[in-house]
Ligand binder design. Structure first.
Ligand SMILES: *[C@@H]1O[C@H](CO)[C@@H](O)[C@H](O)[C@H]1NC(C)=O
Ligand SMILES: *[C@@H]1O[C@H](CO)[C@@H](O)[C@H](O)[C@H]1NC(C)=O
Ligand SMILES: *[C@@H]1O[C@H](CO)[C@@H](O)[C@H](O)[C@H]1NC(C)=O
Ligand SMILES: *[C@@H]1O[C@H](CO)[C@@H](O)[C@H](O)[C@H]1NC(C)=O
Ligand SMILES: *[C@@H]1O[C@H](CO)[C@@H](O)[C@H](O)[C@H]1NC(C)=O
Ligand SMILES: *[C@@H]1O[C@H](CO)[C@@H](O)[C@H](O)[C@H]1NC(C)=O
Length: 934
């Protein structure tokens, strides 16, 4: 709400100040720092520095300054560059504006270039269209270019273009918002260029504040000072027969589309011969070529009867005649002191000598023709084809950061011959151009690269070569149209981001990276492109090295722990075990493991890492011993030789693992499976873990669980809470956080009393996954069915990837199905659940083995949570902390249901029930699959 009002406030400020339109008044070339109040108009004029970044300031020659408006006493000239532009921002698109540029040469350059037949000419552009060609002949004259137009964007570019006839300059720039209710002829396609605006019979110029739009009404040159309330002016007691005047207020009504101020209407011109009045708007200076194409004129004649005696009858009847075109009879209405307007528009003749009109008294008219004011405009078609506004904004932001003044001016793309040197553009539609190519090579760019580049969404070619970039810019991911990217000769030293690898792999992107530190070592390359067999060798060698490191780190850790906590169970069994065991706390020999496992008698699991055996320490503690395959290989007399140089070349991986192992040494939580010890002999490897008596959660959810014990909803929730707490600990309490990367039901183990413990964490990254490489192509990417969909784009795991995996675990708990459905249903569990929910009945997707013994809300809450955890957008997924909290709430609901907590003894009962209902269950739950691999 607050922000909404804030925005409104800013918007209003751009349009209105104290209920008045906010004028923009710029004194070009003013060297002061601050805006000043102009005494003639009471308007505030600003220095032009914030609107332009090129050109230089000059004062007029001393002899020219006298009697000039303040703004005209200095100017900005542009000796460099072809196009130099002012940018006026905060314009209201769709709003009608009057814009005026003023030029007074005044021999500012002390060159007197106008006196000896010199010519000074340049083009003035509004946006990408020619506004007016300025021809400066008289050094002492104020030249004006004025236009009434509708803003087509939220900025105006006003540009001066050198045309080979001297240095362009400008004295003042004035922007006046005017009511959309006036000048109806101006619309999106019609803008009006001012030719003349005369206050007839007057001897002075009127503008703001007399005219609230700051139109400048120029004297027509025949007026004389008028005294009060006379029809004729009498200055020096010389009556002027051609002028009538009044001091009475001339009225116009609220809807008057011209709103000519009273002071302008108070004087009028009458025909000198009492018959015909000729008004000439031919361009006085002979050097101007005739306008091409011939103008389409918009002429507004403003009339008001100033003779009080004439009001009784229609005393003025006259014909408005335009040479060769048409005659409009006009009868002045009898109303005294009311404004009347006659708009005329017509296509002029190519011959400029015809640019005039006459007012001729008609027979029977009592009084001669009269006219109070007049405006002559010609139509301008401002090209609507310009650069897409978003691209302009982005290019202006880029320019601001890496300024190169003279070639980066005005519209970036249009006109083509003046487009910015760093871009190429393509017209995307009939109304706009898009920047499709950007060259920022050799610009000294560092990593604080302008993020505005990301907004050039049509960009196809981007050249960032020969700069100082150290990292791949993040915004590259936003440039979906990018086809060619040159990053050569930078300081890039990191791996290429996945999104670029992806595009390159698909052949959508041509990429240049030579001359970067990373390109020599191949580190820039995408890992996807490295040779598969290379990966295997690397991963095998890395595994061995990494394991060695792990073991030594673990060894030290174990010793420290041993010292601190001398009463650990391991200590006890050692003493009991006697001489056949090593004296070391955590270190086992191969012989020890043989004894513990009773010569590897009972395999309790099999995974990528190897086989897991049941074991018992001498003190009776049950353990799980994971034996790496290679160990068995040694047993069979087959050893894999790894060359020393291969080992030594992976010191990077070792270093990384050292850090990770140190982290692991600090990880202790009751919901995490702990490592008791290890065996490392030659190439042999065994790991001794805490034993989970009840196996994995997957085992309990799989089909074979029909014949054993069914987990109640309550137990499932408790398991989920335990597992969530384990993950939460890894994410929150470990610094840096440990990402599990392989959250799945087979990695959630259950202790004797069904307490859940997360297995395979921490090691997975450098150790287990690598070890799995040669048996499973999916190892690096986690387990199918559990992998965060974002991983496919980013090839990066983060906490939210674990949350995704956990969401799948929750769905398994609810449905009893595996993540990837097998016969007879196929597909992913998430899809299956969504389809089920779409059919409307939550109960249909809940595991039938629960026999509807659950609180409906509790289950619904978990389904919601699971869907939330598996959102496509990782940012929408909750953290594990939030997940734990919601799980506990769900458990509260379930406990409130009031059913007695199932005790161990009730398992038999449940078993009985499930056995008696077996046929029913299997027939209505055909999607149940066999046990998973582990
Ligand atoms: C100039 O404007 C101020 C307020 O903006 C006003 O108080 C003052 O009367 C004005 N002066 C003239 C001469 O109009
Ligand atoms: C603008 O006015 C002209 C003539 O009055 C008309 O032909 C044209 O269609 C108008 N354009 C728009 C966009 O209204
Ligand atoms: C026009 O009329 C005025 C009086 O209304 C008169 O003084 C003047 O001489 C007339 N001009 C001509 C040329 O007749
Ligand atoms: C004003 O109107 C009256 C009546 O038509 C006429 O006699 C008189 O000459 C007019 N005055 C001027 C200055 O035109
Ligand atoms: C624009 O195109 C021209 C001609 O194809 C080429 O020489 C120039 O390098 C391009 N500029 C950019 C910024 O891509
Ligand atoms: C990029 O575009 C967005 C949305 O149009 C805008 O909010 C943002 O300011 C732009 N960024 C730059 C650096 O221009």
């Amino acid at each position: 709400m607050m922000r909404y009002f804030l925005c409104l406030g800013i918007l209003a400020a751009a349009v209105l100040v104290n209920g008045q339109p906010a004028f923009v008044s710029i004194d070009c070339g003013f060297s002061g720092d601050h805006a000043y109040n102009d005494l003639d108009t009471n308007l505030t004029y600003q220095p032009d520095g914030e609107f332009i970044d090129t050109g230089s300031n000059h004062e007029l020659g001393a002899t020219y300054v006298t009697d000039k408006p303040t703004q005209a006493r200095n100017l900005r000239s542009f000796p460099d560059g072809t196009r130099n532009c002012y940018t006026i921002k905060n314009v209201i698109r769709g709003y009608k504006y009057l814009m005026r540029a003023s030029f007074l040469y005044g021999n500012y350059d002390n060159d007197n270039s106008l006196t000896d037949n010199g010519q000074l000419a340049f083009d003035l552009y509004l946006g990408v269209s020619l506004w007016k060609t300025m021809r400066i002949i008289d050094a002492d004259q104020l030249y004006i270019a004025e236009i009434i137009t509708i803003a087509s964007s939220d900025y105006f570019f006003i540009c001066l273009l050198r045309t080979g006839n001297g240095t362009p300059f400008i004295s003042a720039l004035e922007l006046r918002p005017i009511d959309n209710g006036i000048y109806h002829d101006v619309n999106q396609t019609v803008s009006l260029l001012l030719w003349e605006r005369w206050d007839m019979g007057s001897d002075q110029t009127f503008r703001y504040p007399k005219d609230k739009y700051d139109r400048k009404w120029m004297p027509d040159g025949i007026g004389r000072s008028c005294s009060a309330n006379l029809y004729r002016c009498n200055s020096n007691s010389e009556p002027n027969p051609n002028v009538v005047a009044t001091t009475e207020l001339v009225r116009f009504d609220a809807n008057d589309p011209y709103a000519v101020p009273s002071v302008v209407m108070q004087t009028a011109k009458v025909a000198p011969d009492n018959i015909t009045l000729e008004i000439d708007f031919r361009d006085g200076n002979s050097i101007s070529p005739p306008p091409l194409p011939p103008p389409l004129f918009y002429i507004y004649l403003h009339f008001s009867e100033l003779n009080a005696s004439a009001s009784a009858s229609a005393s003025r009847v006259f014909l408005i005649k335009i040479p060769g075109i048409k005659s409009i009879p006009y009868t002045m209405t009898s109303e005294y002191l009311a404004e009347r307007h006659v708009p005329i528009s017509y296509q002029a003749d190519p011959d400029p000598s015809t640019y005039y009109l006459t007012l001729t008294k008609m027979q029977g008219s009592m009084l001669p023709p009269l006219i109070n004011a007049m405006e002559v405009y010609s139509k301008i078609n401002l090209a609507s084809i310009a650069t897409d506004e978003r691209d302009v904004d982005a290019m202006m932001a880029i320019k601001k950061q890496y300024d190169n003044k003279h070639n980066w001016q005005g519209d970036p793309c249009v006109p083509a011959n003046l487009s910015w040197s760093i871009v190429n553009c393509t017209s995307s539609s009939s109304t706009s151009f898009r920047v499709t190519s950007l060259n920022l090579s050799y610009k000294g760019l560092e990593d604080s690269l302008s993020t505005a580049i990301a907004n050039l969404t049509a960009l196809k070619i981007l050249d960032l070569s020969n700069n100082y970039l150290r990292t791949f810019p993040d915004f590259l991911a936003n440039l979906s149209s990018l086809q060619s990217l040159d990053l050569s000769s930078n300081k890039l030293d990191g791996p290429m981001p996945a999104h670029l690898c992806h595009k390159q792999a698909k052949g959508l992107l041509s990429l240049r990276l030579e001359g970067n530190p990373c390109s020599s070592g191949g580190a820039c390359e995408c890992s996807k492109h490295t040779n598969r067999s290379q990966v295997l060798v690397v991963s095998m060698a890395a595994t061995v090295v990494v394991v060695l490191i792990l073991l030594s780190v673990f060894f030290i850790w174990r010793r420290r722990r041993g010292k601190r906590q001398p009463s650990k169970p391991q200590q006890k069994w050692k003493q009991i075990g006697g001489s056949s065991f090593h004296t070391d706390n955590s270190r086992f020999t191969y012989h020890d493991l043989r004894m513990i496992t009773n010569n590897f008698e009972r395999a309790i699991g099999k995974g990528g890492f190897g086989t897991v055996y049941y074991g018992r320490l001498p003190d009776g503690t049950e353990v799980a011993v994971k034996m790496q395959k290679r160990l068995l290989a040694i047993d069979e007399g087959v050893t894999e030789e790894l060359k020393n140089d291969e080992l030594s070349s992976y010191s990077h991986a070792i270093k990384e693992f050292q850090v990770e192992a140190q982290l692991l040494s600090r990880v202790h939580h009751r919901n995490l499976v702990s490592l008791i010890g290890f065996c490392n002999e030659g190439y042999s490897l065994g790991l001794v873990f805490e034993y989970a008596a009840q196996g994995s959660l997957r085992d309990h959810l799989s089909e074979k669980a029909y014949s054993e014990k069914n987990l109640s909803w309550r137990e499932r929730l408790r398991i989920a809470i335990d597992a969530a707490q384990g993950l939460e600990y890894l994410h929150k309490s470990c610094k840096p956080p440990i990402i599990h990367r392989d959250v799945k039901t087979s990695n959630i183990l259950l202790s004797e009393n069904f307490e859940a413990k997360i297995a395979d964490f921490g090691l997975s990254k450098s150790f287990l996954s690598d070890a799995q490489t040669h048996i499973s192509t999916h190892a690096i990417a986690g387990t199918p069915g559990y992998v965060d969909p974002e991983y496919h784009n980013t090839f990066r795991f983060n906490e939210k990837s674990d949350v995704y995996g956990f969401g799948i675990v929750l769905l398994e708990l609810v449905t009893g199905l595996p993540a990837v459905l097998k016969f007879p249903e196929t597909g992913h569990i998430l899809q299956w659940v969504r389809q089920g929910l779409a059919r409307g009945n939550v109960a249909d997707i809940v595991d039938l083995r629960l026999k509807r013994q659950y609180d409906n809300y509790s289950v619904k809450k978990i389904i919601d949570l699971a869907l939330h955890c598996t959102s496509m957008d990782a940012n929408e997924r909750p953290t594990m902390t939030v997940v734990s909290m919601l799980l506990k709430e769900s458990l509260q609901l379930e406990l409130a249901r009031g059913e007695p907590e199932p005790s161990m003894s009730s398992y038999t009962e449940i078993l009985d029930v499930s056995q008696s209902g077996t046929s029913e269950i299997t027939s209505s739950a055909p999607e149940m699959s066999g046990p998973s691999a582990r």
